[in-house]
Design a protein around this ligand. Structure first.
Ligand code: ADP
Ligand code: MG
Length: 319
């Protein structure tokens, strides 16, 4: 079981940024209004996420570290299916298998907090005003083969920074702070989407961007798309979300590129922050949670909708 845990962990816990993504998503899911992330040495030495969410009851702390009872990965044979079936409910267990992890949490209304250490498994009373602190130290200390794949501290931090920004853009309602090696690198107050986009992409982007707002039946596209006046390197200014989840998808990228090509000839570097909303039934969520792919049931309709919505917005802007 230990071995399976470690192999499974290797699939979902690719690098520090994958840990940050899972732990930060949990913090957001807990109804937090403020979340603080502290990284040390690119996240390899430490990833610490503190939130002010609902907390975890004492009885449930051990469960949070278990793979779900209904785990799909019961044997090594099942591992080959991992790529398509995903790891829901197993992120913390996977992380715990390849790090020194502890969770300190105070459930709403509890007289005090509790802390659980993953290994050796131990519950003890702790001091914490509210919410949850997840502490992941010494990633891959027990899996040297994995550790060898890690890049430089700067590169691993950059990946963590990407993950943080992607989640931050989707959740302007949550105040967020990121620090690395004791230095605060991003401080984002809660507020409206526009303010969050401004904090993360700058005035240049917003000044050159058009508001996108389009509906067609169950499909809705909102956000910002830049005109070519905005010329920052494109890769770090292309954000697309499907039902609040960051994705990078060939079909969507193609629809966007086509719309830009039709309206702004020769604009090779579109910058955008776009949110596509649709009936959850229309999206296949059964993809690897550590990846950022998506599958649509009616991909043609989605492509057409995004293409036309964007094209109309860009054309109306008088570019
Ligand atoms: P999943 O999020 O898919 O359920 P995880 O392994 O990421 O699986 O988390 C296990 C469980 O631990 C969650 O379902 C949630 O109940 C609890 N949990 C984890 N992090 C937090 C948090 N920051 N605040 C409250 N509950 C949490
Ligand atoms: Mg989770």
């Amino acid at each position: 079981d230990h071995l399976i845990n470690q192999i499974a962990a290797g699939e979902v816990v690719e690098r520090p940024a994958s840990v940050l993504k899972e732990v930060l998503e949990n913090a957001m899911d807990a109804g937090s209004t403020a979340v603080e992330v502290q990284l040390e040495q690119g996240g390899v030495r430490r990833i610490r996420v503190a939130d002010d969410g609902c907390g975890i009851p004492k009885d449930e702390l051990p469960l949070a570290l278990e793979r779900h009872a209904t785990s799909k990965i019961a044997s090594l044979d099942d591992l080959e299916h991992v790529g398509t079936m995903g790891f829901r409910g197993e992120a913390l267990a996977a992380i715990a298998a390849v790090s020194r992890m502890s969770i300190t949490s105070r459930f709403d209304g509890a007289p005090h907090a509790w802390r659980i250490d993953a290994d050796p498994r131990e519950l003890s009373p702790a001091a914490l005003n509210h919410g949850t602190v997840v502490d992941v130290a010494d990633l891959y200390f027990n899996t040297p083969a994995r550790r060898k794949f890690l890049k430089s501290e700067g590169t691993e931090f950059a990946h963590c920074d990407d993950v943080f920004r992607r989640l931050a853009l989707a959740r302007p309602d949550v105040a967020l702070q990121l620090s690395h090696n004791g230095r605060v690198s991003l401080r984002l107050p809660s507020g409206r989407r526009e303010a969050r986009v401004r904090s993360l992409l700058g005035d240049d982007f917003l000044n050159a961007a058009r508001l996108v707002e389009a509906d067609a039946g169950p499909l809705r596209l909102t956000g910002y798309a830049s005109l070519p006046a905005y010329s920052r390197s494109s890769r770090d200014a292309q954000f697309f979300y499907v039902n609040g989840r960051f994705v990078r998808d060939k079909l969507l990228t193609h629809a966007i590129r086509e719309a830009y090509a039709d309206i702004l000839h020769g604009s090779r570097h579109p910058a955008y922050v776009l949110f596509l909303e649709l009936d959850p039934y229309g999206v296949d969520v059964n993809v690897h949670p550590a990846k950022i792919e998506v599958r649509f049931r009616d991909s043609r309709a989605v492509h057409q909708f995004v293409y036309h919505a964007l094209k109309r917005t860009l054309a109306a802007s008088g570019a």
